[in-house]
Structure formats: C-alpha cells, structure tokens
Design a protein around this ligand. Structure first.
Ligand code: NAD
Length: 355
C-alpha cells in the first residue's frame, strides 16, 4: 500500500513507511503519532498505560489516534504492553517490521525519581534494553530515542551544547537517561544501527502531563488553591512547545546519522565510531518561571496564589539549549513564544475539563 506523504522535511514522496512509537499514549508520543498519521505514515504504538498519572487522559489520547489520519483510516495499531515484557516487545517488532523506531516510553519526571527510584531502573534501563534488542533484530533505517536536558546536570556553561561533558547528573532519572545514551551508542557501534538521541527541554502544551508545572498551576489557580513556586521563582527554563518539538522530531527522522559524515558549519555530536548522534531540541530562549506564571495569569484572567518554596533536591536553576545542531540538521528550530504556547494550553485545559 503506497501513499503520497509529506515527510517532516516537507518533500512529497511515494511511501508506505512504518513507524513504531513507544510511549504512544504519553504526552509526546500521542502528538508525534498524530502528526505522523496525518502525514500518511502507518503507526504502531506500544504503551503500558502506567498509572504514574491519570490513565483516563492516556486512553482519551489513544481514542483520538484511532480516529486520526483521515476518515476510514486503519493506519494506527496499539499494543498494550510493558516494555519490561521482552517477548511481547519482540513480537511487536517481528509482526510490524518498522522502518523507523521512536522510543519515548519511560518513567519520566525529575521529582518522582526521589520517591520511586526503582520505577526508573525497570522502565528506563530494562525497558530500553528490550527495545534495543528489537532494533538489533529488525534493523530499521533509523532508531531515535528520548533523553533529557537533565543529563547536563550541574553544568553551568550556557547554552548547553551536545558535546559538553555530562558527568555530573543530579537525579536517578537523569542517570538512567545518561545510561540509555551509552547503551544506545554501544549498539549503534556494534550492530551499525543509525541512532539519534534527542535531549528534550521542558516540553509543554495541550494534552500535557499532569505532573508538570503548567498543568498543576492552571489546575490549582482555577480551584483558588495555592501553587508551589520552587527556587523562590528564581529559575529559568528553555520551554519547548509541543508542536515545535514534534516538527523537530519528524524532520530528524530523515536526518539519518552516517558514520564519518558530520554535518558542516556547526559542531556535530556525531560519534567517531558509530552512526550515532545526540541532538538538543529546544529553542535557546530561556524564560523565567515568574514570567511563565504571569502569562498563565493573563490567560486565566486571575492571579495565582504563590507559595514561594526553596529549590527542590535535584532541581537545576537554569536550562538553555543550543539549537545550532538541530537547525543545521533540519533547517528548523523551535519558535513558538510562551505567551502563545500558554494560551493554547489554557484553552485546551478549559475545553477538556469544562472549567
Ligand atoms: N515532557 C518533557 O518535558 C520531557 C523532557 C525531557 C525528556 N522527556 C522524555 O520524553 C519521553 C516522553 O515523555 P512524556 O512527557 O511524553 O511522558 P509521558 O509520561 O506522558 O509518556 C510516557 C509514556 O510511556 C509509558 N510507559 C512508561 N513506562 C513504561 C513501560 N515500562 N512500558 C511501557 N510503557 C511505559 C507511559 O504509560 C506513558 O504513556 C520520555 O522518555 C521522557 O523521559 C520528556
């Protein structure tokens, strides 16, 4: 079954390309799957529907995916599996035979890694290994996987560039992601598997995660409850709007790393011994937490009740991405300003929860 599709780079081509997305019921997985379905891809998704946050939100996302990609489209299949179940993961790979794999499933969240560290070991180390084994067996054209800006840990030189050392991570969450980067590099080298690792920077937007700041702030403020503002509000984040993130990922799908062929005019992170590269996805424009809150207040038309708190264990004061490599590879860089992004989140939240 061939179709005309517009790929992330914008070029029309004859394709029946198949993409496997882990964590497809999650915030980012859902948006990516919807984007790829609308671009004509066949999508298989795996997700264990963990109860880290409201499973109902994950089910609602899935129901949208089942209807996405045009009327009568049957291009989405869902597998309700934990990644720790190696046999089931392998079966999905063998049955679907993906051209591209995007691995997003993980136990996410910086703060929860202090409460329940074992969840990170199971999902992020064992789970990622099982996905790597599927990739080794089926050899898709490109394997892409999510890491995080948290691997920059205690680094203070901004912006964060991909070639900076990442030896001083501050949480077990970041440690598992850094371990993932090493694991993926070893397989890229041993089995010649073209692999791109993304480092995401504080992603937000409609259908976002209930454990993240904007969701919590909006929920509390609408209920006239106080919001906990950590670091006394003196924090900066390179907030990345979800549509910009998905556009970046879709374009990176076609930027397949090839050993010995770095991209020109920019410092590439391409490995000297493997078709492996790390790419930041962030816009390089940090915004203060207080400014972020003010945009929310403007959109809600009411002030938040601020409960100023000290820095949390494991938190960092500032994140700023260098987007140079992303731009060199894709011709694209996240661009949505926070006022616009916060507005669309608040609109979605009010529609979805009818408040
Ligand atoms: N959202 C951000 O700001 C951000 C920032 C940096 C990195 N990341 C990374 O991006 C990826 C996606 O994050 P998200 O924000 O969409 O999170 P999310 O929690 O919304 O999505 C993750 C999905 O993976 C599933 N999952 C978790 N453990 C699983 C397991 N063991 N087996 C099968 N499924 C499992 C969950 O049910 C969930 O639906 C993660 O790898 C995360 O670490 C996200």
């Amino acid at each position: 079954m061939n179709q005309i599709s517009t790929d992330g780079g914008g070029a029309a081509q004859l394709t029946s390309r198949k993409i496997l997305i882990t964590g497809v019921a999650g915030f980012i997985g859902f948006h990516l799957a919807r984007h790829m379905l609308n671009a004509g891809w066949v999508v298989a998704g795996i997700d264990g529907l963990t109860d880290y946050y409201d499973v109902n939100l994950k089910r609602k996302r899935l129901s949208i995916l089942h209807g996405a990609g045009g009327s009568g489209s049957n291009n989405f299949q869902f597998h309700h599996n934990m990644l720790e179940d190696a046999d089931k993961v392998q079966q999905v790979f063998e049955d679907f035979r993906p051209d591209v794999v995007v691995h997003l499933a993980a136990q996410a969240g910086v703060r929860y890694s202090l409460e329940n560290p074992r969840a990170y070991i199971d999902a992020n180390l064992v789970g990622t290994f099982n996905v790597m084994e599927g990739v080794r067996e089926l050899k898709p054209q490109h394997f892409l996987a999510a890491s995080t800006s948290s691997v920059y840990g205690a680094n203070t030189v901004m912006p964060f560039t991909e070639n900076q050392r990442t030896d001083h991570v501050l949480t077990l969450y970041a440690a598992t992601k850094k371990a993932n980067e090493s694991m993926l590099h070893s397989y890229a080298h041993l089995w010649k598997l073209p692999t791109t690792v993304f480092r995401f920077f504080t992603v937000y937007g409609p259908w976002g995660r209930p454990d993240m700041a904007l969701f919590k702030f909006v929920k509390a403020t609408l209920a006239d409850e106080p919001i906990d503002v950590y670091g006394e509000g003196n924090m900066q984040r390179d907030f990345t709007y979800i549509d910009d993130l998905v556009e970046s990922i879709a374009r990176l799908v076609d930027a397949v790393p090839q050993a010995g062929q770095p991209v020109g005019n920019v410092e590439d992170s391409l490995s000297p011994v493997a078709p492996y590269r790390v790419v930041n996805i962030g816009g390089g424009r940090p915004v203060g937490l207080m400014e972020f809150i003010e945009h929310m207040e403007t959109e809600l038309g009411k002030p938040a009740i601020r409960n100023m708190m000290p820095m949390q264990k494991g938190d960092v004061r500032e994140t700023v991405a260098s987007a140079e490599l992303l731009e060199a590879l894709t011709g694209y860089c996240p661009r949505t300003d926070v006022a616009t992004g916060v507005r669309s989140f608040v609109k979605w939240y009010r529609d979805f929860y009818q408040v």
